[in-house]
Design a binder for this molecule. Structure first.
Ligand SMILES: Cc1cc2nc3c(=O)[nH]c(=O)nc-3n(C[C@H](O)[C@H](O)[C@H](O)COP(=O)(O)O)c2cc1C
Length: 188
């Protein structure tokens, strides 16, 4: 069975992006899903001096290992001031120092959610441009605007947005079956 990881680029205990990534993972059939939380990967603020002194912290390697051992990634990014939330940028920076090909060629469903009308469009565009340089294979994207009007009790309640997300998760599921990636540890 294929194994996917889903997480949010947020450390909020009520993260709307974690809610969205959890829901999106539930739409992918016949897979084992692991929902991750960046609060379980606490890290010092990246700095070249700290890196030189202490090396790459264990928690950056831990998330890289989750990526390595997965067959696909669902990631929903929080947007802060038009960019990645600090917690995500920090772990991304640390991971990129350990492994430039951070996303290791795994199929990715890339999303963003926001309470406003733009649905995290800026951070989504930024990641869409950047992640492929770190070997992400983005197979579908989805933007969720006006989160609190469109999402309730763990589900998308807007029918047309839900159809759009289902199209994205179907493309992701298809990519899990067709894209050749390194097998996850589970299947070695
Ligand atoms: C410092 C800060 C900056 C923000 N900047 C933006 C922004 O640029 N665009 C946007 O759509 N929402 C912005 N927001 C609102 C976030 O989208 C909102 O807090 C959302 O819940 C973040 O996702 P999360 O719940 O997954 O952490 C900002 C929030 C904070 C705290």
């Amino acid at each position: 069975m294929k194994h996917i990881i889903a997480f949010a680029g947020s450390n909020s205990s009520k993260s709307i992006n974690k809610q969205l990534s959890t829901y999106a993972a539930s739409l992918v059939e016949d897979v084992k899903s692991t929902i991750l939380d960046l609060n379980d990967f606490e890290l010092p603020v990246f700095g070249v001096d700290l890196e030189k002194k202490e090396g790459i912290p264990e928690n950056a390697q831990k998330l890289l290992n989750h990526i390595k051992n997965s067959d696909g990634i669902i990631l929903s990014l929080a947007e802060h001031n038009g960019a990645y939330a600090t917690v995500f940028k920090n772990i991304f920076d640390w991971m990129s120092r350990a492994e430039q090909k951070t996303f290791m060629g795994k199929p990715m469903l890339l999303m963003a959610a926001s309470p406003g009308g733009r649905g995290g469009a800026s951070v989504l565009a930024m990641a869409k441009d950047r992640f492929p340089r770190h070997n992400a294979k983005i197979v579908a994207t989805f933007s969720l605007p006006n989160f609190y009007e469109n999402f309730a009790d763990g589900e998308l309640i807007n029918a047309s947005l839900n159809t759009e997300l289902e199209t994205a998760t179907t493309a992701f599921q298809q990519a899990l079956l067709t894209m050749a990636t390194e097998p996850s540890e589970d299947r070695k």
